[in-house]
Design a protein around this ligand. Structure first.
Ligand code: ZN
Length: 385
């Protein structure tokens, strides 16, 4: 057992100063005053002066590598455990990207299994940019229904020069299979959309919904802050559907992108409900910059820590309450993607806890009830780190 004493808990809603008892992989109790049961061995951690927040959920990471758009040497490597922990990330959703040709959903699945062995929680999307998408069992619905780690489909590219530009009928069929697979498997079955920067980028989603019984909430379009044009459209779209902000690319393309912390506040000001907003890193994704003729100019790579850095800026620079800023990377994600036991500090949920000081330094991190960072020292590293 682990007993955290006197932490200021943000669950993400503020609960005040509490003691939090962890046993096995779960949170056992949260109360004003808890002592370790007599005769039970356990560790007591004094959390005085620290805030306890839920472990962050990064729901769009190319965990098995991505990229390759600048030739073989531009392929990005797999994620390492420390890259998640340094950003307070205890849950991750992996996906393929542009390269559904030389990379496979199988490799993403096995990387998710590896990350689970290393101590964090991991799921995946089946598919890639292309439609029809690569799958493991031959159909996105079958993958979602029958493979425990698969929770949805993605990232499907729309409105982008790298998209296979699915017809409305193809997009409806794919989304319907994803939804039914989700119903059969008890999952969200959501379709994660790579939103490109073509004219009227959200139009394919509006069309799919207009010509079917699907709802916009069956989609989770990402990169909604990638340029001012998409950002403005997302303010309207986000009132009915979910929108995901990408955190890692802004520092490389500040001339095009909306800073994620600003995007959160601007979306709220525009009337987008907080529950509709999520933020992910696009970690391990290559960040290509093309010139006017479509030639590759520059490649960078993203990291999960970007969502933690933007959390800090949303609070420290934009002045948003911590509980609201936290929701977009904890409870909202767990709710939209239906990740059981995640995203909130409540009894019986998984013990994914991060303890930070007022300057957003991570002092302790507990994932599935195991201390991974203690007194600012990383105790656990990936198998090959
Ligand atoms: Zn993408």
């Amino acid at each position: 057992m682990i007993l955290f004493k006197n932490a200021e808990v943000y669950a993400p809603l503020p609960m005040g100063k509490k003691d939090v008892l962890v046993g096995g992989t779960r949170i056992i109790a949260i109360a004003d005053h808890i002592e370790l049961p007599v005769g039970v061995e356990g560790e007591v951690i004094d959390a005085t002066g620290l805030k306890m927040i839920p472990g962050l959920i990064d729901a769009h990471v190319h965990i098995a590598g991505a990229g390759g758009e600048g030739g073989p040497a531009s392929r990005t490597p797999e994620i390492q455990l420390s890259r998640l922990l340094e950003g307070g990330v205890t849950s991750v959703v992996g996906c393929l990207g542009t390269d559904g040709m030389t990379r496979s959903v199988e490799s993403v699945l096995m990387k998710a299994k590896a990350l689970r062995h290393e101590g964090v929680s991991a799921w995946i999307y089946t598919g890639a940019y292309q439609v029809p998408p690569p799958t493991i069992l031959g159909d996105v619905g079958k993958d979602i229904a029958m493979i425990e780690e698969v929770i949805g489909t993605g990232e499907i590219a729309l409105s982008d020069h790298r998209s296979s530009t699915p017809t409305t009928a193809e997009l409806i069929k794919l989304t319907e299979h994803s939804r039914v697979g989700g119903m059969l498997g008890g999952k969200a079955g959501i379709v994660n959309i790579h939103m490109g920067d073509a004219q009227n980028p959200f139009q394919p989603l509006y069309d799919a919904v207009a010509l079917s019984e699907l709802k916009l909430t069956q989609f989770l379009p990402t990169h909604c802050n990638r340029n001012h044009h998409i950002f403005e459209e997302a303010k309207t779209y986000g009132k009915k559907g979910y929108i995901d902000i990408t955190a890692s690319s802004y520092p490389f393309f500040p001339q095009y992108e909306i800073k994620p912390s600003k995007a959160i506040v601007e979306f709220l000001k525009a009337g987008v409900p907080l529950e509709h907003i999520t933020m992910s890193s696009d970690g391990c994704g290559s960040l290509p910059q093309f010139d006017e003729k479509g030639n590759l100019e520059q490649l960078e790579m993203g990291y999960p820590k970007s969502i933690f850095d933007e959390l800090k800026d949303t609070v420290a620079e934009e002045g948003l309450e911590l509980e609201k800023a936290l929701a977009v990377i904890t409870s909202n994600v767990a709710g939209i993607l239906r990740l059981p036991g995640k995203g909130r500090i409540v009894a019986h949920n998984d013990a994914d806890l991060v303890l930070i000081d007022n300057d957003f330094n991570i002092h302790h991190l507990c994932a599935m009830g195991k201390m991974m960072i203690k007194n600012q020292k990383m105790l656990q590293k990936g198998t090959y780190e």
